[in-house]
Design a binder for this molecule. Structure first.
Ligand code: GLP
Length: 266
């Protein structure tokens, strides 16, 4: 794991956007894995800015989102499709036909839909860079604790903690879905690079478990220990429970010298 500890959430977003911009400017047909939640919003703001001010082109990008609520209308304000449109898709020149979310309506078989999503990712050539956040309980996507470490895209029932954490986004009288379609842990591990962003002290325990804890289904993010290219970008608050912070800071300074000369990717 490459653990990068930065001063604040703005620096985390800035660093993450450099990876995305390098990928889409260097690759002919880049495939981006995208995430929802509060954490990547500042990354998307930076990407919109780089499109508007530096003419960064997104017309050749294909994207796959990690997750979507089960049986939610794509026009529903709470859907992740609307979230992505509001924060990114409608503000850049991506071809919306090439943006994908793992949808599943009431009348569709979630198992068939999950398989179809996997096939779409494969058909696009696999995900080059998967953006991730982390839940306070260590989930990635909606892979809740005890998710199978070899899971693929499928339907999951959310935990009470996740429902509670996300309830802030719903009005008191608004229906909050309790199930979601999500890429599996294996789907995420298949991405060529993964970049996980975490900010704030409420993520500090999950971050420490992910990086230094045992590889365990109880902390789904710990599966990233198995990934060849996992980049973990943290602010100081999210890194606050980590031992060895000095080592990570020093190692990152050394890595940045290599990145400056050779870029981020292989
Ligand atoms: C959500 C999403 C995750 C996200 C996580 C943290 O439930 N399914 O993809 O990483 O929770 O969200 P936030 O960034 O708002 O803390």
């Amino acid at each position: 794991m490459q653990v990068i500890i930065l001063e604040n959430p703005e620096e985390v977003a800035q660093h993450a956007s450099q990876w995305v911009v390098e990928l889409i400017t260097k690759k002919a047909k880049p495939v981006l894995g995208l995430a929802t939640g509060s954490t990547p919003i500042s990354l998307y703001k930076n990407l919109v800015k780089s499109h508007q001010e530096d003419q960064i082109d997104f017309s050749h990008v294909t994207s796959f989102n990690l997750d979507e609520y089960h049986n939610i209308d794509i026009a529903n304000e709470q859907s992740y499709r609307v979230f992505m449109k509001n924060h990114l898709f409608d503000k850049i020149n991506i071809d919306q036909k090439n943006t994908h979310l793992p949808t599943c309506t009431q009348n569709e078989n979630p198992r068939v839909q999950g398989l179809a999503y996997e096939e779409k990712i494969k058909h696009a050539g696999g995900i080059d860079l998967q953006i991730l956040g982390i839940g306070a309980n260590g989930h990635i996507g909606f892979n809740e604790p005890t998710s199978s470490l070899r899971s693929k895209t499928r339907i999951k029932t959310l935990t009470q903690q996740t429902l509670q954490d996300n309830s802030r986004l719903f009005k008191a009288d608004e229906y909050q879905p309790t199930m979601a379609m999500t890429m599996g842990i294996s789907t995420i591990l298949d991405a060529k690079y993964v970049l996980l962003m975490a900010t704030g002290t409420n993520k500090a325990t999950a971050v420490n478990d992910m990086i230094t804890g045992p590889l365990s289904a109880i902390c789904p993010a710990s599966a990233l220990q198995l990934h060849e290219h996992a980049i973990i970008v943290l602010d100081k608050a999210a890194a606050s429970e980590l031992a060895n912070q000095e080592y990570f800071i020093w190692a990152n300074e050394e890595h940045q010298k290599i990145n400056k000369t050779y870029g981020f990717f292989l």
